[in-house]
Design a protein around this ligand. Sequence first.
Ligand code: GLU
Length: 427
Amino acid sequence: MDSDLGHRGQETLCEVCTTELDRVAEVGLLSDRELDLLQRPKQKLNINIPVRMDDGSIEVFPSFRIQYNTARGPTKGGIRFHPAVDADEVEELAFLMALKCAVANIPFGGAKGGIQVDPSRLSTGELERLSRAYIREYHQNIGPNTDIPAPDVNTDGQIMAWMRDEYEAIAGRQTPGVITGKPPLLDGSEGREFATSLGGAVVLNEFVRESNMGNHGLDVAIQGFGNVGSYLAKFLHERGYSVVALSNIEGAIYDASGIDVPALFESYEDGDDLFAYGAERITNAELLTLPVDILIPAAIEDQITSDNMEEIQADVVLEMANAPTTSRADAYLNEQGVPVIPDILANAGGVTASYFEWVQNTTNEYWTEEQVRKKLADQLQGAFANLRVIKTESDEERTWREAAYTRAVDSILDAEQLRGNLTRDAP
Ligand code: GLU
């Protein structure tokens, strides 16, 4: 059996996380004490939640909240509803959130939550009771200055609204900053809905500009047509890229001459599915190996692995999902001269807009969509430029992921040092 399994079967951090941390440690940047501190989450919570189902029975759902690091601020990260959620996955994702907040330069530590459930089999009432129950179970451990949840896989603004309402019912006062990704009517931020995708488009544009690829007509394949993949298709189409393939859980569509994304959106809104569009139907696995300029995994973990890495034909990979590339595949692609723009930079637009939402909730002053778009672009262009500097200033060739880890780890450890939790060796 191949050992290239990403986070599954790992006892601690995901393979790509430990590999990258080891690499940062190897080049002399991390002591054993520092490495140890980074490899341990601050707090792991695991609660089995009973929920009354519509038929009167009680079902118990395993749930998690892992708060990874608090040195740079309150912990922050989404809650996912998925049958494959387990403690290892949530821990890996919480670790990535800690790094992501540091790369995006926003004042939060990282966290992640999840419920082991297939939400598609729940009625709306069951979904609401489960969401509220999660907050009842964890309310003592979350709060605007403690730990701030948000949406993630299969959770959305409606679920955030129920969760906020439940928290406030217990707290006895309005507390909009306890959760982000809320609908704008309930103090959510304009632009949060599409911020992850807009952030990805900004980062890709920076990359393309500085690599002189010239973005007009570059072919893009996007795996995933959920919140992230669908808005990204729209933004990239608007910016002159040619989106040639898109997929959902059932399969993919491919049109080498470019999909008419606005037409697809229109038919989609009219209730058609992706496949009614009329392009060639291919599988998700085939989408990943198409001859495109840019490949964008925007769905779930462990999609580019040792099983398919040799067949990848793209010139660049933009990781919009969290942890879609295993460490072996990541190393292989980089050796082949295929840069992988890592998740902790590429998809940091979501948590950055969450930070903007939290600022607006805290100050009670609300921004226009245009202001959010501008601030988001500035923040991510700044993050990209910081990694660029690390890449150019290093003696050895550094991948984008190595640069991102170096930046994040330094920022977290410097904060730990300032708090007196660590003595870093003088450089
Ligand atoms: N779930 C998103 C992520 O993985 C956003 C988290 C947030 O907004 O706090 O980055």
